[in-house]
Design a protein around this ligand. Sequence first.
Ligand code: SF4
Length: 370
Amino acid sequence: MELSGLQIFKYLPGAKKAEHSNCKECGCPTCMAFAIKLAKHQIDISSCPYISEELRNLYDISSKQPQKTVEINGLKIGGENVLYRHEKTFINKTAIAVIVKSKEEFKRAKEFEITRVNEHMKIDLVILKCEIEKELIGDTNTIRYEEFEKLPLLKIEKNTFSETAQELIKIRERAIKEKDEKYSSPIYIQFSAEKDLKVVCAEASFYICKYANMLVFEKFDEALISTLMTLRQNIYTDPQKPLQVESKIYEFNNPDENSLIFMTTNFALTFFAVANELESLPVPSYLIVTPADGMSVLTAWSAEKFTAKMVAKTLKKWDFASKVKNRKIIIPGLLAHMKKELEDEIKDFEIVVGTVDAYAIADFVKNYTK
Ligand code: SF4
């Protein structure tokens, strides 16, 4: 495991109130500042002349890369250095590869694409067990099967799901906790074409969470891959960087000055859930997306990122009141308690409490516009 700033500090003169404590020779104002920088690899350990042998050894071990990275035409596999996503973030998402044995299969794999939360996802790697013309390959990431087998990846082949899962966990733990070189190769699991699709889906879902670096499918199935990519996207987003969309006023179905006005925060999942519903409404609408550091409505409210003052500021910034005649803004049902506060602050608009869930918007609008 990587050493934290606090763990490093314990070994420095500053923590022991020893000679040279906070002497600044390293260029940092205090030993604690040095420790924090060292933990982030922003300073060389030798900048402090008073490092103990014990700390140097510990730091050397902790700085070793626990898992190697293997690159296939720009696709990075492995390179992970934490066990749990909340510790830092996972680095390279579990790659999804398919083995193709015919031109038809190749075409299906090449054309496959899904878009979710603004991310376009395609098959990461197509492993060729047949000849495909260069022109047809285009920019698809491919590798010959014989070449793929020579890569420094570790294939896990156990008889049961339970054995495979235990092996994956064991290997990741040894790589991360003990930095054991024997376990530093990125891992992949190969699914046979004969295996039941539901079982493949369940097992592959587990392996994406713990801890396959790559999944290889001998049979290409669009529904299976869509499901796995959706799961993978959720696991591999950086928890420190919430998915967010641009904060602005979005328009659906050519709204005019009398169209419905909805409001939400810039958390991407909320935005796309609401946007999908507004797109399919039989009436046009606006969606005001307020800046909230990518937090969902209730989280933003509790973190004071969605306040009446901020909403008023946002509307003023876009001069929205002068653009529309409609004087009613529909807010998410979860923020019903803010109705009065918002109305006190936003003099130009009346606040209408909308639905808690996005899927209920269509019914809400049906009754609202009766
Ligand atoms: Fe502390 Fe070493 Fe920096 Fe001096 S040189 S402040 S002892 S970390």
